[in-house]
Design a protein around this ligand. Sequence first.
Ligand SMILES: Cc1cc2nc3c(=O)[nH]c(=O)nc-3n(C[C@H](O)[C@H](O)[C@H](O)COP(=O)(O)OP(=O)(O)OC[C@H]3O[C@@H](n4cnc5c(N)ncnc54)[C@H](O)[C@@H]3O)c2cc1C
Length: 564
Amino acid sequence: MAEQHWDRVVDVVVVGSGSGAIAAAITAAKGGAEVEVIEKAEQFGGTSAWSGGMPWMPMNSKMASVGVEDSRADALTYIRGLDCDRAPDQELVETFVDNAATALDYLEANSALNLVVAKSYSDYFADRPGGKPRGRSLEPVPLDANAVLGDFADKVRDTPHIPRLTQDEMAAEGARRNLPISHGDVPTDIMALLAEREANNIRTIGPAFMSGLIRGALDAGVALTNNTAADQLVVENGEVVGVIALNEGREVRIGARRGVVLGCGGFEWNSEKVRTYLGVPDTIALSPPTNVGDGLQMGLEVGADVANMTNAVAFPSVYDEKSELEGAPFASLTAPRNDPGVIIVNRQGERFVNEGVNYMDVAKVHRAYDPKTASYPNQGPAWMVFDQDVRDRNVVMDMFPGQPTPEWALEAPTIGELAVKMGVDPAVLEQQVERWNSHVDAGEDPDFNRGTIWWEGFQIEGPSPAKNMRHLKNGPFYAVKLYNGILGTVGGLRINSNAQVRASRGGLVNGLYAVGNTAAGIFGQTYPGGGGTLGPNLTFGYLAGKHLSAQPAREVGAAAVAQG
Ligand SMILES: Cc1cc2nc3c(=O)[nH]c(=O)nc-3n(C[C@H](O)[C@H](O)[C@H](O)COP(=O)(O)OP(=O)(O)OC[C@H]3O[C@@H](n4cnc5c(N)ncnc54)[C@H](O)[C@@H]3O)c2cc1C
């Protein structure tokens, strides 16, 4: 190899510090590799630490604790029944099913990750062949961040999206507020619990998930470097041998004897790439704004193949145009769009979807094309329309029951006046609300089958019109814009079963691995259950780390200066 100038040389450079990246880092380091993680942001953890912290892991060892059996055949039947033959690489689905449980056991044994079954979560299509009523979606037990991470606790992201509750506690709190949710023990005083967790830095969901994993990386001897953004891959003789990164404007060259892992998230904050690949103009990202597709870009530059580019994990979201975080627009997940008394209408004021379907499926309907009008009538933002009863039992973004209505929500004494404020034809909206109320009376929604799709009742042992439909009658009435939120893009670099990146001309990009949302999602256009991203992230991160630690150390040259 030609003489390279390196600032330092390690066995494995991992780019990014989300779930896929840290799983790869732990496994490679435990396998004997010298590993450095470089993270663009100040804090570690990425979207994974902002998330619900739930991985979806078929055949995992915890399913027995809730008396649910799983099998390879069930898991494959379930996934294949949903992907409608659109998963780009079927063998990766098998790799996932065959390795998820092992990856989980390994990562729990080698970190402070501690997961239990999220009892309030069934598979999202549990009524389909191979679906399970619970057990595949897991969540972390509350974690004492100060005890687990010590001084490093502040270096791991906390989430601005979700309070310090577990998924099951949130479901139980929903039940307390008379929503159609019934699992779990209702905490007696949720505010006291939150205050105690805040005071003692007890983390739940995503922050607990990533705090636990990052403890494992530290214990395995992984070097974690923040404020350092990979900018370019170094290729020599057709192999990726290192990265050039930027640290506060200074170039840092890091050689990688065994390989480079791109685990630097998706491209949801890159509006040009979103337009190019997703092909929709109306998205708003909910991840940290550092996810601008650097991994995709670097992969493309070295000849990587890509797959699943039109897909994203979407979540209908609300947004106050004045709300910012880390210098970027900050949208919120807290929207009661599937409350039984909410209808969603498009910009013409017409219902267009069963409001209770899972978050991914709402986005698919946003994209529907109407050949008659040669337009996309449901393009976002849409509107949630609801009455005072819904307002009284829900938090919408930061609007709590009993508080004055903020500027970003519209309020009016009648549906007709609300329609005028929304800019839609009052006659259309009045007719839609009347029609909805008549469906509630009849106990049937012939337009969009409300109360019949599993996810509408996935936390209440199945849906029914009685549980999922309520009148929209008691003014004043409200309308709030519902945006096409993106939790993370799904398209990315095509990988094989070791998470090695495939080349677009065939074969592999030697020395390069991709995990998490930098890699193409394996499920095609579907999302099998809560955790459909973090589950594969852990699994393919683990597989990348295993493969890397078995690679011989290549001669890539030494660092030009002594490493301190
Ligand atoms: C509110 C919310 C809740 C969610 N809940 C769930 C859930 O419960 N279950 C589930 O499966 N999914 C969930 N998701 C989706 C899921 O969290 C993300 O899709 C997933 O965490 C992405 O993981 P990742 O490893 O690909 O990257 P990330 O966790 O996003 O990490 C990528 C990291 O790479 C860094 N980076 C970017 N570019 C560079 C560069 N050039 N150099 C160095 N570092 C770089 C970023 O700063 C970031 O820290 C949720 C998402 C959100 C927003």
